[in-house]
Design a protein around this ligand. Structure first.
Ligand SMILES: Nc1nc2c(c(=O)[nH]1)N[C@H]1C(S)=C(S)[C@@H](COP(=O)(O)OP(=O)(O)OC[C@H]3O[C@@H](n4cnc5c(=O)[nH]c(N)nc54)[C@H](O)[C@@H]3O)O[C@H]1N2
Ligand SMILES: Nc1nc2c(c(=O)[nH]1)N[C@H]1C(S)=C(S)[C@@H](COP(=O)(O)OP(=O)(O)OC[C@H]3O[C@@H](n4cnc5c(=O)[nH]c(N)nc54)[C@H](O)[C@@H]3O)O[C@H]1N2
Ligand code: SF4
Ligand SMILES: [Mo]
Length: 683
């Protein structure tokens, strides 16, 4: 690791960094450091996909890093669970006690220990290296990291053989772009720049989203379908491609498998039928099909917003098949992008050392049902009761579905909880130990991206603040306290970084800050998908052909529930937060204002609501309070509860996940956050 003195010798320097957040863009950053202090972060204008612009959130990174409430030393709980009362302790005291508690639990059953982490940082080092080695060696339960993208990810794997798709830059040359389940201006800003270029060159932009987002405002057309009906829309489009003879039969014959079976199914989805399910007009389905079939090159930017429902996997498969049916892949500016992460040659064997795991593989706990899991007793089906939880890079008390159960689990007195954090989040409040973590400015890392195809390097810009340590260092030291003697527990961050990606020249990566992966401009122009046959699998082994699957909570699946709670609620990200990160940065929180729910004027007047008042959003699981905004951004029948606020910063100490549920998606066992019925009343 770099030392403080090395930084201090030079008064002003600029350092290559990469944005660590769970955002498709993975921006290249230049950090200006003056006398050991980071004074400015700027986008790096030389980085082709992100070209020198940072979003508002990350422009405030120094404000977040030097925030007066940063956790800067280890802390031990003294008050009751969840009270947030802690005292300062030394690292030695904290690590020795944590190790002895984990040893005692592991001696009974190591599977009673569960790691809980997600993409607070997407770095390969701070997110999936020493930590994984540690839990593998311990024999702890494995964590299935499903909370964001599992349904769509598995859909891409089944269809294309991996999370692969178009190059970001080529969207600039598309003539039609379907922005599908994505609020790009908020969550994928650098894609939007390329879409704008295309628009200036005459491309048509169509947004498919239940919410009239700021992105929808700037597209030529907005199709406001009901949540969880994207599969029906895709089938309706296929119907039109077939009956109008708009298929690229040559591409289908050469590069796909299983079309005849899906063709039969699609023929049953007339525009009228699809339109009724989607809550749109048949003419919208017909026109969209005509645009998609007759404009070339046509590109789809799919995002994870559309797969957080019961049928999210099937819907993503159906949409991923569309570019094959019209031969859109033949052109570099045609095709689809949901995630590019599968293009990166991650060296998981070196990063994670899976061979450290016991021969009998430990059980797998699904992070999306952590509420239920924490409340389970030992049983033959479940295994041991969870006795210890080590949380890092995640804030489950705020972000996991059905928080009444998550909170109850975290409040268990017989649960030992360690949280590695920058701040006292809702989750950290429930810890037995809070350990101070470094931010991206303070540690070294290597990054992949899910929105572009450049490997990225992050050089530490400043020395760790206070007593903060990188996640890698915490697990390195904890391994020593546990008595783990394998040499991999002594490997330095720099050495891990050198081995993190196969076939990417480390010296270039470090010197330039990024390396572009060698991927063909039109990667599937001649087939060559990542599947065993090289074909796009319309009929995927073990899954059959995809179909529309209605939401768990819908008129079709649960008519009584739909009478009791007639509003479908989605809870997409707020523009100025990143999931629950940045909610405590005042300048950004001031822009967002306060937790709110958007509702269409008709739904409001039917409930005697005028807008501006405090309301209860409720269902059979719970209720939370927030401000009502009567807004044209909401379509009739759907309410939008924005952002993942910190519970303790909400008006009643809860947030939107108070009402979401833990039922899982059809593929990937992910959460169905946007498959949720509620009603709303004045407080
Ligand atoms: N500013 C900001 N940027 C972010 C994030 C953030 O919190 N804030 N989150 C990051 C994360 S974790 C991720 S996973 C990525 C991707 O993040 P996503 O969660 O995909 O983010 P959005 O682009 O907002 O896309 C969600 C959009 O899908 C819409 N939607 C909801 N239900 C449906 C549906 O059933 N069908 C369709 N067609 N649309 C639906 C929502 O109204 C919303 O506009 O973005 C990342 N970027
Ligand atoms: N209702 C509803 N719920 C949702 C969503 C939704 O759209 N609606 N979106 C879902 C999605 S897409 C996702 S991805 C999840 C995201 O959920 P999480 O992965 O939990 O993401 P964040 O809320 O951003 O919390 C990340 C935490 O990691 C910490 N962190 C960052 N860097 C580091 C580091 O280097 N070391 C350590 N130790 N900690 C660090 C940050 O301080 C932050 O508190 O939320 C999901 N929850
Ligand atoms: S959050 Fe996204 S847009 Fe903002 S700086 Fe990071 S990668 Fe770029
Ligand atoms: Mo996510």
């Amino acid at each position: 690791m770099s030392s403080t003195t090395a930084f201090d010798r030079i008064a002003i320097r600029t350092i290559h960094a990469a944005c660590p957040h769970d955002c498709p863009d993975t921006c290249a950053i230049r950090v200006t450091v003056e006398d050991g202090k980071a004074v400015k972060v700027q986008g790096d204008p030389d980085h082709p996909p992100t070209h020198g612009a940072l979003c508002t959130k990350v422009s405030r990174y120094p404000e977040r890093t030097y925030h007066p409430e940063r956790v800067l030393h280890p802390m031990k709980r003294v008050g009751p669970k969840g009270s947030g009362q802690f005292v300062r302790v030394t690292w030695e005291e904290a690590l020795a006690d944590i190790a002895s508690r984990l040893k005692a639990i592991a001696a009974r059953d190591p599977e009673a220990v569960v790691p809980y982490s997600y993409a607070g940082t997407m770095g390969l080092l701070q997110g999936e290296s020493m930590d994984r080695r540690f839990f593998h060696k311990l024999g702890a339960s494995q964590l299935d990291r499903t909370i964001c993208s599992a349904a769509g990810g598995d859909a891409l794997a089944a269809t294309y053989g991996g999370k692969v798709g178009m190059h970001l830059e080529h969207y600039a040359d598309s003539k039609l772009i379907l922005i599908w389940g994505s609020n790009s201006i908020a969550s994928n800003l650098h894609f939007w720049t390329f879409a704008q270029k295309a628009k200036r060159e005459g491309a048509k932009l169509i947004c498919i989203d239940p919410r009239k987002t700021e992105t929808a405002d700037k597209c030529h057309q907005h199709i406001a379908l009901l949540p969880g009906t994207d599969g029906a829309l895709a089938l309706g489009l296929m119907h039109e491609l077939i009956v109008n003879d708009w298929l690229d039969q040559d591409y289908i014959d050469r590069h796909t498998e299983g079309w005849p079976k899906l063709r039969e199914r699609a023929l049953q989805w007339t525009p009228e039928r699809a339109a009724e399910v989607c809550g749109i007009s048949a003419e919208e389905v017909r026109q969209l099909a005509r645009d998609y079939a007759t404009t070339k090159p046509a590109a789809i930017r799919l995002n994870y917003g559309m797969q957080r429902v019961r049928g999210g996997g099937n819907a993503a498969r159906l949409i991923a098949i569309l570019p094959c049916l019209v031969g859109a892949w033949r052109h570099p500016a045609g095709g689809l992008l949901l995630s590019a992460s599968g293009w990166f040659p991650r060296n998981a064997a070196h990063l994670q050392h899976p061979e450290l795991m016991p021969a009998k593989r430990p059980r797998i706990i699904n992070m999306s049902t952590i509420g239920d899991a924490l409340l389970e007793d030992r049983s033959p089906a479940f295994g041991p009761k969870i006795e210890a939880l080590v949380v890092y890079n995640s804030n489950p008390v705020a972000v996991a579905p059905e928080s009444p159960k998550v909170v109850k689990g975290f409040l268990r007195d017989d649960l030992f909880t360690v949280v590695l954090e920058h701040f006292m989040t809702d989750t950290a409040d429930h810890a037995d130990y809070v350990l101070p973590a470094t931010t991206q400015l303070e540690h070294l890392d290597v990054h992949t991206s899910y929105g572009h195809t450049y490997a990225m390097f992050n050089e530490p810009a400043i020395a760790p603040l206070g007593e903060a340590k990188p996640n890698t260092q915490v697990f390195r030291e904890l391994a020593e306290y546990m008595g783990f003697t394998e040499p991999c527990f002594r490997e330095s961050d720099e050495s891990i970084a050198r081995h993190a990606l196969n076939g990417v020249d480390f010296e270039t990566l470090r010197a330039v800050g990024w390396v572009k992966l060698p991927i063909a401009d039109a990667p599937f122009a001649h087939g060559g998908f990542n599947t065993p046959s090289g074909k796009c699998m319309i009929d995927a082994p073990g899954l059959g052909v995809p179909d529309h699957v209605p939401n768990y909570e819908s008129v079709q699946s649960s008519p009584q529930l739909a009478r009791d709670y007639p509003l479908a609620m989605i809870s997409p990200p707020a523009r100025n937060f990143l999931n629950s990160t940045f909610v405590n940065v005042k300048s950004l929180r001031d822009i967002e204002g306060e937790p709110l729910v958007e509702m269409h004027a008709d739904d409001a007047s039917a409930r005697g609501l005028r807008g501006g008042e405090m309301v209860r959003v409720f269902n059979q699981r719970g209720e939370y309070r927030c401000r009502l905004q009567v807004s044209p951004r909401a379509r009739p029948g759907v309410v939008n509860g924005l952002g993942v606020w910190w519970r303790k910063l909400g008006p009643d100490g809860t947030n939107v996940n108070e009402v979401t549920h833990q039922q899982l998606t059809d593929l990937g066992r992910g959460p169905a956050f946007y498959d949720c019925l509620v009603d709303v009343r004045a407080v």
